[in-house]
Design a protein around this ligand. Sequence first.
Ligand SMILES: NC(=O)C1=CN([C@@H]2O[C@H](COP(=O)(O)OP(=O)(O)OC[C@H]3O[C@@H](n4cnc5c(N)ncnc54)[C@H](OP(=O)(O)O)[C@@H]3O)[C@@H](O)[C@H]2O)C=CC1
Ligand SMILES: O=C(O)CCC(=O)C(=O)O
Length: 420
Amino acid sequence: MNHTYNPYDNVLKVVSEAANILGYTDSDIEALKYPERELKVAIPVRMDDGSTKVFEGYRIQHSTSRGPAKGGIRFHPDVNLDEVKALAAWMTFKCAVVNIPYGGGKGGVVCDPNKLTEDEIRAITRRFTAAIAPLIGPEQDIPAPDVGTNAAVMGWMMDTYSMLKGHCVHGVVTGKPIELGGALGRSEATGRGVMFTTKNVLKKLDIDPKNTTVAIQGMGNVGSITAKLLHREGMEVVAVSDVSGGIYKESGLNIPDILDYLSQNRKNLLTGYEEDGMTRISNAELLELDVKVLIPAALENQINDSNAERVRADIIVEAANGPIASEADDILAEKGILVVPDILANAGGVVVSYFEWVQNIQSVSWTEETVNEKLKNIMDPAFEAVWDIAHKNKGTLRTGAYLIAVKRVVEAKKARAIWP
Ligand SMILES: NC(=O)C1=CN([C@@H]2O[C@H](COP(=O)(O)OP(=O)(O)OC[C@H]3O[C@@H](n4cnc5c(N)ncnc54)[C@H](OP(=O)(O)O)[C@@H]3O)[C@@H](O)[C@H]2O)C=CC1
Ligand SMILES: O=C(O)CCC(=O)C(=O)O
């Protein structure tokens, strides 16, 4: 691992590069370097053993120029200020690249949900929601699930916020349980968007998806749905992993079996899974497998200057946020590896969150088919636009995505005359 990694610096670097190409001055993009609001909170919780623990939490709004801040809540031991700032900024550019009317925000609590009971997670969620309540709301900042959180956590957030307001506020969070106004299709949306994106890039390169080999790091919400849908499309998912390590089978893993196992053994992780012909590998080994498509779907900074030279995939689709550190981008480009950037590849989640919010505001509910079709109708043209601009500029797809996104954000700021 590179020890100087700062994800927020990574965001600023790519934004500056795009702004230069677009001909913006330093003044045009100065405001983008500073999150609009940063809130740090302390969350005291009575643990199941009777002791009191105080957890640290954050909610950061990077930008509200194009609409309310939007972005998930992460529960993970490594959550820190620079990470949440970066995740919030990535949301700003993600919402811009798919052109939905949001800015970017993100939140997190430093905790390890794998080591907490459900009661403890609920207590953290309620206290955290109360602490960030002054910032959030359907018109100003709308949280959603991210690493370590899920629909249940969103349900508790919605309930806590509604208690404070004295009435039911469905639109304060997205990714909720369906019974509370959650959108059909939201739980699968990020993985579905990754699937659309993977198919789009294979089509551009004239590669038949059938039997295309894929390795996926992370088997949480995003990784597991991606694995399910790519397997269904006929691709050969040869390796998957979670925090406990990975498994590999040259002829392709039995993905339905693995998903079935994980749904029943969440806490045992992949370490307990067995299949004929599979071998155990580390997360580091998974990233270096000789596959057509590599899909990091866990955390940031997985591919950096310490391992980029050894990556052998032809294509990397960034399902996670920030899995490739910026210094590795250049190494991968020199090796001819095509990278589909996070702000495009994993935008399916926030797009369907937007659909959920729209439905909540209008008190209507769309079918899952409608949601999936509308998602495709946003993801496919966004991919085309990024592909075209990247090729016109003879740059990477990441630069292409930021050319579109930075322009939309800066022009919104200019139109509002945000600079007095
Ligand atoms: N949820 C969403 O809608 C969206 C998520 N994303 C991004 O996708 C990524 C995954 O999020 P999501 O699937 O929601 O999160 P989950 O918490 O559901 O899953 C995370 C997965 O990563 C694994 N993991 C955690 N730490 C490591 C590690 N050090 N090495 C390898 N694997 C690890 C976890 O393992 P274990 O289960 O064993 O803990 C789990 O399988 C994140 O970058 C997130 O920001 C992006 C867009 C939307
Ligand atoms: O659904 C959302 O609002 C945001 C999901 C998210 O956190 C992300 O895209 O990284």
